[in-house]
Ligand binder design. Structure first.
Ligand SMILES: Cc1cc2nc3c(=O)[nH]c(=O)nc-3n(C[C@H](O)[C@H](O)[C@H](O)COP(=O)(O)O)c2cc1C
Length: 309
């Protein structure tokens, strides 16, 4: 049976963002894609989202920056990255030869930073879209502080929208009291699609030395434990806006991904699962294909939102 897993993530955008299938990698968990191209055929994925990128290169937070807890991963990387200029010079030319679209995740400390990043990326061959990270819990300024509030979230989105013709995805934080208001604000400000969720704020304490384990004290919590939280937010958001919703949070298997799709997500991102199984994203894709064959589903569109009441 021939299956149609393709999905258009930016139907309102003049370039569009057509994915061959709905499985993407989550920012910060798949480097620049190049690191994994030796391990499996990454060109089979729907899209790759690269590490959060800032105007200048960043060293990130003090160590330790990653800790495994009994229920999931805590990270406080603090957006260590090579900076947008190096990305354009060293990474984009590699991506330009790839079949799989690459989306650049951007982060800033001011509205202006985001606009400038978007401007720099405009017209760069190899860059198919921008994911605006207004949801990082691990930096002192900007990040989740923008995404928690509908007004600031809209300001950042509008500034990026004005600075680029590329498809704009906005990545949202679960650390807000009203996700639907934030989502409505960013879609009205010009987001082509929304990705959710980023990590939940969390921490761990080392009882022997009586100190927080992470150098940054708190970090972002991810992995299977956050899936029910992410799923309910995707369900809520997909019922409230008419732009494509990208589900992320605790996806480790095809059935996890299908739950998100049935909740209303048009695509999914695989994050922390890649750390235990580097080809987790491809396994998820192959599992979705097997499910569709078994159930006689020809097109992904038949199951998007199928689990909604
Ligand atoms: C080590 C690490 C680094 C991350 N870096 C970024 C980042 O740079 N930008 C971003 O938007 N999200 C970042 N995230 C969040 C993930 O993209 C994803 O939203 C989150 O981990 C939830 O998905 P998961 O449970 O599948 O990991 C990072 C997550 C981890 C674990």
């Amino acid at each position: 049976m021939s299956l149609d897993l393709s999905i258009q993530l930016a139907p309102r955008n003049k370039h569009g963002l057509l994915l061959a299938n709905p499985v993407m990698t989550a920012s910060g968990t798949f480097g620049y894609g190049t690191e994994y191209s030796q391990l499996f055929d990454i060109q089979k994925l729907g899209a790759i989202v690269c590490k959060g990128t800032t105007l200048e290169a960043r060293e990130g937070n003090a160590q330790p920056r990653l800790v495994e807890t009994a229920s999931g991963l805590l990270n406080a990387i603090g957006l260590q990255n090579i900076g947008v200029k190096a990305l354009i010079k060293e990474k984009a030319p590699v991506w330009a030869d790839w079949r799989v679209p690459v989306i650049v995740n951007i982060a800033g400390e001011s509205v202006d930073d985001y606009a400038q990043l978007a401007k720099e990326l405009e017209g760069v061959s190899g860059v198919s879209g921008i994911e605006v990270n207004i949801s990082c819990p691990n930096i002192k300024a900007g990040g989740a502080a923008f995404g928690a509030n509908p007004d600031t979230a809209a300001k950042v989105t509008a500034a990026v929208r004005a600075a680029t013709t590329l498809p704009v995805l906005v990545k949202l934080t679960p650390n807000t009291d009203d996700i639907v208001r934030v989502v409505t604000a960013v879609t009205e400000a010009g987001a082509d699609a929304v990705s959710l969720i980023n990590t939940l704020k969390g921490m761990a304490i080392d009882i022997n030395n009586r100190r927080p384990v992470l150098g940054n004290i708190t970090g972002g919590f991810s992995g299977p434990a956050i899936k029910p939280v992410a799923l309910s937010m995707v369900y809520e958001v997909a019922g409230a806006v008419d732009v494509p919703v990208i589900g992320c949070g605790g996806i480790t298997s095809a059935s996890d991904a299908i739950e998100f799709i049935m909740a209303g997500a048009s695509a999914v991102q695989v994050g922390s699962a890649t750390f235990t199984n580097p080809r987790a994203s491809l396994d998820v894709l192959e599992g979705i294909e097997q499910f569709m064959e078994k159930e006689g589903i020809k097109s992904l569109s038949e199951i998007i939102g199928a689990g909604r009441k």
